[in-house]
Every structure is written in C-alpha cells, then in structure tokens.
Ligand binder design. Structure first.
Ligand SMILES: C[S@@+](CC[C@H](N)C(=O)[O-])C[C@H]1O[C@@H](n2cnc3c(N)ncnc32)[C@H](O)[C@@H]1O
Length: 258
C-alpha cells in the first residue's frame, strides 16, 4: 500500500520538522525504556532517518538500521549514514528483515499506515531475539479547540479510514496484552502540547499531498479545501505564540518471551 502522505522532498522536510517536534515525547520514552546495551536496533518506517539517529543517540546500540519502503526517503536518510547507523530499502510487512535477530525494534506513526497492524506486530516479533523489546509510539488522541485543526483532523481521519487505516490506533494496540511470544511490558500515554503556528505549518505541508487524494476530492467541495489551506497558511505565518492543540502519544513496550 502506498504511504498516504507521499514521499516528495516536501514530505521529507515535513517528517524532519515532525521529528523535531515529537522528539520531545520520544526522548523520555526511549530513556525510560528497558532496552540496555543493545547490539542491533531496527527502526521500522524510518522515513528520512531522524528517528533512527535519535534511537542511536539515546539507546547507543552497536548498530542501528532504519528500514523504509520509500526510495526517495531513503535517499535523504542515506546522506546521514554513519559507521553505526545505516538504512535499507524494505517493506516492513515482509519478513525476514535484511538484518536479524534484533535486540530492539522501534516504530513511530507507522501502524496507522499498515493494513493489518496485529499481523504486522506478530511477524515483527519473529525478528526479535528472546528477551528483545518492541517499542511502539502511535497516536492515542489529539485534543484541540482550533476550528481549522478540527476540520483538518476530521478530513485525515476519514481519508485514512476510507483505505482501511486507523488514525487513532493507540487504543487498539493498548488492547493487546499478548501477541504470540510478545508480552505487554508497559503502556502509557504521554501528552505533548504543540504550538499553534508550528502545528499549522506541519499540517499545511502535509496537506499539499493529501488534498489530491480522490477520497478528499469526492467528499469535500474545493472551496473547503482551499479555505482550510489558506487558513493554515495564515495561522502558520501569524507567529502566534499560543498553544491550542495537544497530542496523546501511546507509548508501548512488548518483550519477547525466551
Ligand atoms: C508517518 S511516517 C513516520 C516516519 C518516522 N517513523 C517518524 O516518526 O518520524 C511513516 C513512514 O513509514 C513508511 N512506511 C509506510 N509503510 C511502510 C512499509 N510497508 N514498509 C516500510 N516503510 C513503510 C513511510 O514511507 C514513512 O516513511
């Protein structure tokens, strides 16, 4: 399945900005994780590689490998490779991964884009060594009082649902306590308020791709799409220092039984 938010250069820049914003919630999650002195860490759906470098910095594995099925994102990621951080083209719904067994597997904002998340989790477990950990970060909820953000979220939520995906997939994964040999180790929601102008910038960048999606074109009149885009642009450029949106991030750890 094609990634709904595209893999253009603009999409890569959006993921870089998104990584800056969400590193605030990912950093403490990784610092508090039970992963200690790993040999091999794999970052699934690594995009331009920001999450892969964050994993490498915080968990200090001997080797960190980012996997993604977008050649375009990997060409960005590849430019940042180091002796211990590298990237491979791979559809992560397929196993084996190019490198195994993994001491830790991590992914953020990926299960939302996968058709059968439970099947994916089960096969990922097969790529871990016994005692290894699977770390997941997905959206639990987004709270906002801003009318443009409310409309944006409504559109994205409906578009993803139209292709069998779930935007708010946090509660779904939280409901899983055991997946094959993977046992739930911890599951919490971390709150992350994001400034209004920055959110509008991120949303506007993303909209450049999804506004062309056939479902969006068939469901909303062109004026609504145009007004949303103009409103996001004005909000992004306003430099307003208010915060009217907050994410709840489901952060889960599974351990592979030995
Ligand atoms: C929302 S982005 C998240 C990027 C990064 N994990 C982060 O949080 O900044 C989702 C990423 O998953 C990748 N992706 C989606 N489906 C995939 C698949 N089946 N195999 C590998 N990568 C996939 C996309 O290309 C994209 O880079």
């Amino acid at each position: 399945m094609r990634y709904a938010f595209g893999d253009t250069d603009l999409a890569a820049r959006r993921l870089e900005l998104l990584a800056e914003v969400f590193s605030e919630s990912t950093r403490p999650f990784l610092l508090e994780s039970p992963v200690k002195n790993p040999g091999l860490c794999v970052d699934l759906g690594c995009g331009p590689g920001c999450t892969t470098h964050l994993l490498a910095e915080i968990l200090q594995p001997k080797r960190t490998i980012g996997l993604d099925n977008s050649e375009s994102f990997l060409s960005h990621a590849g430019k940042t490779a180091t002796e211990t951080v590298s990237f491979r083209l791979h559809d992560v719904t397929q196993v084996p991964f190019p490198v195994t067994p993994c001491d830790a597997i991590y992914c953020r904002f990926l299960l939302t884009h996968i058709r059968d998340p439970e099947v994916a989790l089960e096969i990922w477990g097969s790529q871990l060594r016994p005692g290894g950990f699977l770390l997941l970060e997905e959206t639990e909820w987004i709270h906002t009082s801003h009318p443009l953000f409310t409309l944006y979220i409504e559109m994205v939520n409906a578009m993803l649902a139209s292709q069998g995906n779930i935007l708010f997939i946090g509660p779904v994964i939280d409901g899983l306590s055991q997946i094959g040999p993977l046992r739930k180790h911890s599951s919490t929601v971390r709150r992350l308020p994001v400034p209004t102008a920055l959110t509008a910038k991120l949303f506007r960048m993303n909209m450049q791709t999804w506004k062309h999606h056939p479902f969006i074109r068939e469901t909303w009149p062109p004026e609504s799409i145009r007004d949303l885009e103009i409103g996001l642009k004005q909000t992004a450029e306003s430099g307003a220092s208010v915060t009217e949106i907050e994410w709840g991030l489901r952060q889960m750890v599974f351990e592979k039984e030995g």
